[in-house]
Structure formats: structure tokens, C-alpha cells
Design a protein around this ligand. Sequence first.
Ligand SMILES: NC(=O)c1ccc[n+]([C@@H]2O[C@H](COP(=O)([O-])OP(=O)(O)OC[C@H]3O[C@@H](n4cnc5c(N)ncnc54)[C@H](OP(=O)(O)O)[C@@H]3O)[C@@H](O)[C@H]2O)c1
Length: 292
Amino acid sequence: MARIALVGPGAIGGIMAAWLQDTGANDVVLCSRRPLPHFTVETPNKVISFKPAVWTDPKEAGPVDWVLVATKAYDAEATGRWLKPLTARGAPIAVLQNGVEHRERFAPYVPVERILPVVVQAPAERPEPTRVLQRGPTRLVVPAGPLGQAFAALFAGTEVAVDLSPDFQTAVWTKLVLNIAGAVSALLLRPAGVMHEESASEIGRMLMRECIAVGRAEGAVLPDELVETVLQHYRKQPPDSLNSLHADRLAGRPMEIDARNGAVVRIGRQHGIPTPCNAMAVELLRAMEKPA
Ligand SMILES: NC(=O)c1ccc[n+]([C@@H]2O[C@H](COP(=O)([O-])OP(=O)(O)OC[C@H]3O[C@@H](n4cnc5c(N)ncnc54)[C@H](OP(=O)(O)O)[C@@H]3O)[C@@H](O)[C@H]2O)c1
């Protein structure tokens, strides 16, 4: 039986914890900022309710076999405080976050060869701290290799699909191109339907083209047509759909702008690739995060 710690039991972390403990083959403990006397995840096919084991302070934590991190990217420093006790016996950590800098974010706390980056495809919300809605199928993509295989084995017998990608760089940058365009809605405070308008679509195209140029410099294979594919993806969504950047701005929460558009600017600079549209989006959204 694998002992697994899940740091950040929010929408994504809640889904992972529910499926992992549902197998009966894992011993799961939630590392949370708050007590969680019970937890319910409504998946497309069944409701999973359980009374979780919970640690609310890194001082309570002990070594485990695997750590899954599902906090927001901007919470990496506070998340890092859990990792020393949890990985004291050399446990690997899987980072289930958006962006492309999973390893860089946690390299200060864990040797980089023990960090597994994970692309998450899972529409999920957390209406209450102890209740999560999994709104569709869940697919995780990890780099092919022994660590990826060991991670995939944890989910055997669950409805979480884990793909082992021989070209993870392309997978993670393709997801970033999709996320990059979400800044348009967050800036305009207009949901997905705004992408039916040519002016908004054109801003999305400019943001995505910069991301594609930087991703290609990082070795990802990103076709020019990806831009129109992503626009069609947004146009097919219900017009009132909110992406997470937009939802966070509406709720007055911090946004993952640095891990998304900020990463394009930062990595673009390393390659000498100009990214003025993403730089402007980052500065505008950062200014909007500050109280008036
Ligand atoms: N939701 C989606 O549909 C979706 C889809 C694909 C990818 N993602 C990505 O997945 C990642 C997680 O997103 P999410 O939607 O699951 O976020 P979320 O619902 O906000 O969950 C984040 C969780 O982390 C917890 N947390 C923060 N700091 C912590 C700390 N120091 N120790 C322990 N727990 C801590 C939060 O606790 P509190 O309860 O105290 O706030 C919350 O439970 C993000 O990178 C996101 O972009 C999300």
C-alpha cells in the first residue's frame, strides 16, 4: 500500500485524493491549511465521499512514498514548507499545476530528478472547501519514463487516465498556448463568448503567436494552425464559461498570471524573443490584482 500525501486539496487535489483513496490500494493524507472533517467529490459517474486523514501544519507531517502537489503556482513557497518532512525518505513529488516551470518552481526544495511535472486536463470547481465538482473526464500527461510509470500505477483502477508522453515539452507548451489566450477574458472581464468577436480574437492570436515562438525555442513542436484550433475551442464553449484566470480576478483572488503569460515573457527573454503583448497583459493584470 502506497502512502501518498496530497498538498493542496482544492478542485484538482480533491479529485486526485478521492480517486486515489477509492482504489483501496493507497493510504492518502491531505496536507491542508484548514481542517477537513469530510470530503465529497462529485465525478461524472459517481459520488466519492470520505473522511480524510489531514495534516494542517508541516510540523505534523512525516515521510511518505509519494507527494502530489496541487496548490496554485503562486503558492509554491508555502507549499515548499511541506516538502522537507514529506520527502525525508526520498519520495518523488508530482506537480499538478498549470504553466511550464514545474521543476523550476520546486527545485529549491527537492532534487530535480525526483520532480515529475504533470499537465492536468480536468474541468473542476470547488464550490465549498469540502466539496468538489469534477465536470468531465480527467486526463493527466506526464513525461514517459520510470517516474511517470510509477505515478501512473498509483491511478490503476480509477477513472483518471494517465498518458506517458514521449514529447512532454510539446504537451506542456500546447496546454500553455490554450491558457495564454485566457488572458483576454480576464482583461476584458468577458467570458468565453468574447472570442466570437474579431477584435478580441486578434488579441488572443497575438498572445498565442508569441507563446508558440517561445515554445518552439524550448523544443516544443507547435504548428501555426494551433492558434485557430484554440480559438475554435473557446468558441465551442458555452458563451458564459469562465476560465480560471477570469474567475480568480472576479473573485478578487490572486491570478496565475506569472506562471502563464509571465513565463512566456521570462523564457522569451532568455531566447531573445520579443513578447510585448504578453508583457502588456502581465502588467495590466498585475495592476488589476492590486486594490484600487
Ligand atoms: N480547476 C481546474 O479546472 C484546473 C484544470 C487544469 C489545471 N488546473 C491547475 O491546477 C492547479 C490547482 O488548481 P485548483 O483549481 O485545484 O486550485 P484550488 O481549487 O484553488 O486549490 C488549491 C488548494 O491549495 C491549497 N493551498 C494553498 N496553499 C497551501 C499550503 N501552503 N498548504 C496546503 N494547501 C495549500 C488551497 O487551500 P485553501 O482551501 O486554504 O484555499 C486549496 O485547497 C493550478 O495550477 C491550476 O491552474 C486547474
